[in-house]
Structure formats: structure tokens, C-alpha cells
Write a protein that binds this ligand. Structure first.
Ligand code: SF4
Ligand code: SF4
Length: 356
């Protein structure tokens, strides 16, 4: 049995010991790559070594049986090696073209869709959600599963103008990222405080410190130590709820889902861009979020029909302009699309200098 490795919490672990041997031997020596078909990437090294990478999607939260099955498939087809991508796809590498189709056939027979490469809708990335975080207003991974069921055809085919990255975030302030289409949980009212519980349940300095816009102050309410919220400053982020559950912010009426488009993290071909709000107030309607799926599918259908080949979502909107985007998608433009929150000028960090 391999020796156990000490846990390493500082940075990315060394990938070399776990890398497929052919990739390790040719590290930094790849001279050509292509995309023979959806879900398959081809690489050739300077010494002529060839590798085909087969990418497929999973249901994301994997049980032990599925992980064992994936390991068995890796042993059978891919020299015992596999890797998980940043979007929770799985990749098997094979060193002969003849191994590609039998591998795809077996993956499909187990229900794993092969795709997510080039100009497809790649697997949606999501934030930690209920499994690992204390703030979530929705189950971000559940939104992904429901939406990927709907977008299955766009994952296994490469019919989009360019790659499409989607992400879901279960709160508005922390680990979500820019995406061509981002689905983000929004609270729309400041927290309601249950003053009877604060003194027994919360460490008030911790709650005060947790607020990113300094909207919470200690206060005496009915003679008991409690808290108060400056509602003009509050950005309804939900960060105060975990250290102090009496700061009730999750609410079916006021905790909604919003959709933002045109964001991009990478520098590839064009500069990174911020995504922008295009739909808000969608119900947090689990377990299938049909209203969210309808808006996402509508935006994708219009983009697919209207964008030039190789235009990313943001490039397409830059070309046609936001008024045309709303006209073509039929999404209403409302007062909620205009950011009029002035608090950021004095409370949020707006420069590279750290302020406390
Ligand atoms: S997006 Fe917010 S709620 Fe979701 S995991 Fe990140 S910090 Fe937690
Ligand atoms: S919801 Fe966010 S901004 Fe509002 S009081 Fe709580 S931590 Fe502060």
C-alpha cells in the first residue's frame, strides 16, 4: 500500500506523482493539439507521442459506488489514471486512438455524458453550498444538477458560437466567480433580528466584525444586550446569519435568484470582464428551479442564434449593445438593474490598498 502523505494545506500539491505517466514524461513538450470531436482532445508531443483525453460529466456529488466504478473504468481503459477538472468533470487519458470509441461507449452505457469541450456548454461550476458553508441561501449544487439535466444536449454537442461557462453561487458576496451566465442567490431584505435570542446565542463582537459594510452595532433592546442593523448600509449579504442565527435573513418571499451575463475570468483573446445583472427576483424553487432554467435556456438560445462564430457571450453583447440584448431575449429591463447603492464609496474597498 502506498505510504500516506502528510496533509498539505499550503498551496497546490505536487501533481507529478499522480500524473498519467505519458503526460509526466512529455511535460512541457507538447507541440500540437486539436479537438477531433465533442468531449475528446488530442495532443502530440515533439517526440511523436500521442494522447487522447476523453472528458465526461458526472452528477457532481459522487457516492462511493460511483467513485469505485470510475476507478474500475480507469483501470480498464486508461492505465489506472484519471483526473477531476476544476468544473468536476472527469478526464481519462488514452495513448491509442483505437481506445477512444470503446471508452466512450462504456462511459455512455453507465450514463456518463461525454462532452464539455470547445464550443459546448461546459459543466456548471458551483460554490460549496450546504455541504461545506454556513451562509448559503440555496443549494448551489442542486441548481447545477437540475440545469445540466436540461442542458445535456448542449454539453454533448459543440454547437455554441464559443465555449459557454456557467456558474452558480449560493450567496452574493463570497466565492462565486465571473461567468458567461452566473446564477446567484440574492437576499432582498436586511435580516430580521430575534432580540430574545441574541444574548443567549451570539457573540456580538463576532457578528459585528462579520459585516462587510459595518452595518451592525451592539444595542440594548428591552433592557437586554442585542444588535441593530443600519438598513441603509446593509447589502443583504447574509454573512451575519452564521455567527448569529437570530439574524434571520433566509425567507421564501425575499430570498431570490438573479442571473448575470457576460463575465469572463481569463485573459484569453479578450480581457476579463465583469458580468452584469439581467434578471432578478426568480423564485428559489427547488428541487428543479424551472423558472431559472427557462431564463438560462432562453439566453442560450438567443446567443446561439445571433452571435458570430467564436464570440463569447460578453463579446456578443458588446457588439449588439445592452438595449438589443434585452430586446432579443425579451427580458424586462427594470429599475432593479440600475446600481444606485452609494455605500460602496465609503465602505467597500475600492482600491488595491487594504483598509480596515
Ligand atoms: S457562495 Fe457564499 S454561501 Fe455559497 S459557499 Fe460561497 S460563501 Fe458560502
Ligand atoms: S446582511 Fe450582510 S450587510 Fe446586512 S447586516 Fe448582515 S452582514 Fe451586514
Amino acid at each position: 500500500m502506498a505510504e500516506l502523505r502528510a496533509p498539505d494545506e499550503c498551496g497546490v500539491p505536487d501533481p507529478m506523482p499522480f500524473m498519467h505517466p505519458t503526460l509526466r514524461e512529455n511535460y512541457g513538450k507538447w507541440v500540437f493539439h486539436s479537438h477531433p470531436k465533442p468531449g475528446v482532445l488530442y495532443h502530440r508531443a515533439e517526440n511523436g507521442t500521442e494522447v487522447w483525453t476523453v472528458k465526461f460529466g458526472t452528477a457532481r456529488q459522487l457516492d462511493g459506488y460511483t467513485v469505485r466504478l470510475l476507478c474500475d473504468l480507469a483501470d480498464k481503459h486508461a492505465d489506472g489514471h484519471m483526473r477531476f477538472t476544476a468544473r468536476s468533470n472527469v478526464e481519462f487519458m488514452v495513448t491509442a486512438e483505437s481506445k477512444v470509441d470503446p471508452l466512450i461507449k462504456e462511459l455512455n452505457s453507465h450514463g456518463f455524458p461525454v462532452g464539455g469541450t470547445a464550443n459546448s456548454v461546459s459543466m456548471i461550476s458551483h460554490t460549496q453550498g450546504f455541504l461545506h458553508c454556513d451562509i448559503p441561501g440555496t443549494d448551489a449544487s442542486g441548481v447545477v444538477k437540475a440545469l445540466m439535466d436540461e442542458l445535456h444536449e448542449e454539453f454533448i454537442k459543440c454547437e455554441m458560437p464559443n465555449r459557454v461557462k456557467l456558474s452558480t453561487s449560493c450567496c452574493e458576496i463570497n466565492c462565486g466567480g465571473q461567468a458567461d451566465i452566473a446564477i446567484i442567490m440574492q437576499h432582498t431584505k436586511p435580516p430580521k433580528i430575534n432580540h430574545d435570542l441574541v444574548a443567549n446565542v451570539c457573540e456580538r463582537p463576532t457578528v459585528v466584525a462579520r459585516c462587510p459594510v459595518a452595518a451592525i452595532r451592539p444595542a440594548l433592546v428591552n433592557g437586554k444586550p442585542s444588535l441593530e442593523v443600519d438598513e441603509k448600509k446593509c447589502i443583504c449579504c447574509g454573512a451575519c446569519f452564521p455567527p448569529c442565527p437570530p439574524m434571520q435573513i433566509n425567507d421564501p418571499e425575499h430570498s431570490k435568484i438573479a442571473i448575470w451575463v457576460g463575465g469572463k475570468n481569463s485573459n484569453a483573446r479578450s480581457k476579463p470582464t465583469f458580468h452584469k445583472l439581467v434578471a432578478s427576483g426568480l423564485p428559489n424553487n427547488l428541487p428543479r428551479w424551472p423558472e431559472v432554467a427557462a431564463v438560462v435556456k432562453n439566453i442560450l438560445a438567443v446567443y446561439k442564434a445571433d452571435a458570430q462564430p467564436w464570440e463569447r457571450m460578453g463579446d456578443w453583447i458588446d457588439r449588439i449593445g445592452w438595449p438589443r440584448f434585452f430586446e432579443k431575449t425579451g427580458l424586462p429591463f427594470t429599475k432593479y438593474h440600475i446600481d444606485d447603492w452609494r455605500g460602496s464609496r465609503t465602505t467597500l474597498n475600492a482600491s488595491t490598498h487594504i483598509r480596515f
